[in-house]
Write a protein that binds this ligand. Structure first.
Ligand code: 6PG
Length: 222
């Protein structure tokens, strides 16, 4: 909320998929939060998408739409990854153009972040968005969005993902991690192991929201 209020101009928020953000999205639709968000000037993007139809239950933006966007946000401010494209690569090219047109430039400028807030999750293998360990897209430096023909974890559908230069171009990155099954991978990520989630960070502020069950052993009691 502070981040939105602090920017009196257009605000860009990049959402995440997976199951962890659902409660947060539900909260945004409640009156207490809904009434604080200047919906007309907030734009909603998504960090990665499963390459399935926009009404498929696996579609990340569809979950965000159902949970809060369709209830609160003007349709023109919702920017889904176009999964009606011929293939993930074409969808990536189209989304990259949309992001560049919103940003007003083809090159990212480190003094002018693309997003105000980027939400992220961490997968069981240390992936974040659809940037999987050992995949070449991780080292992408030019492209903002790429097609990922094969996922490393379930659901095994092709993906489209923003790259690290685009995701990291934000004022605030907020990781949400919950559940005991995330404790091992979170221990590795926070120890700085070379995993996609360890390489994602804002150029300004990165915040980890971790529930009790997911807190690594060596952070317990701190
Ligand atoms: C996806 C995601 C993915 C997700 C993590 C964590 O499309 O699956 O965007 O990167 O954020 O896998 O997912 P959970 O919140 O379900 O654990």
């Amino acid at each position: 909320m502070e981040r939105i209020a602090g920017n009196g101009d257009r605000v860009a928020i990049c959402l995440t998929g997976g199951s962890s953000p659902k409660q947060l999205y539900q909260l945004l639709a409640t009156e207490a939060y809904r009434s604080q968000i200047p919906w007309a000037r907030v734009h909603w993007f998504i960090g990665d998408e499963r390459f399935v139809r926009s009404d498929d239950p696996l579609n990340n933006m569809a979950m965000a739409r159902r949970t809060f966007l369709d209830l609160c946000a003007p349709a023109a401010n919702v920017h889904p990854i176009p999964t009606d494209a011929a293939d993930p690569e074409q969808a990536a090219r189209r989304y990259e153009r949309e992001l560049q047109s919103f940003y007003g430039a083809h090159q990212l400028d480190s003094t002018r972040p693309l997003f105000d807030v980027v939400l992220m999750g961490v997968g069981p293998d240390g992936h974040t968005a659809s940037l999987f360990p050992g995949y070449p897209d991780l080292d992408e430096t030019e492209r903002w969005v790429v097609g990922v023909p094969k996922a490393h974890v379930e659901p095994f559908v092709p993906r489209v993902t923003l790259t690290l230069p685009a995701l990291n171009s934000c004022r605030e990155m907020l990781f949400e991690v919950s559940g005991a099954d995330k404790r091992t991978i979170l221990t590795r990520v926070l120890a700085g192991e070379n995993l996609p989630a360890s390489r994602a960070h804002s150029i300004c502020e990165t915040i980890w929201l971790v529930d009790k069950a997911a807190v690594p052993e060596n952070f317990r009691g701190q």
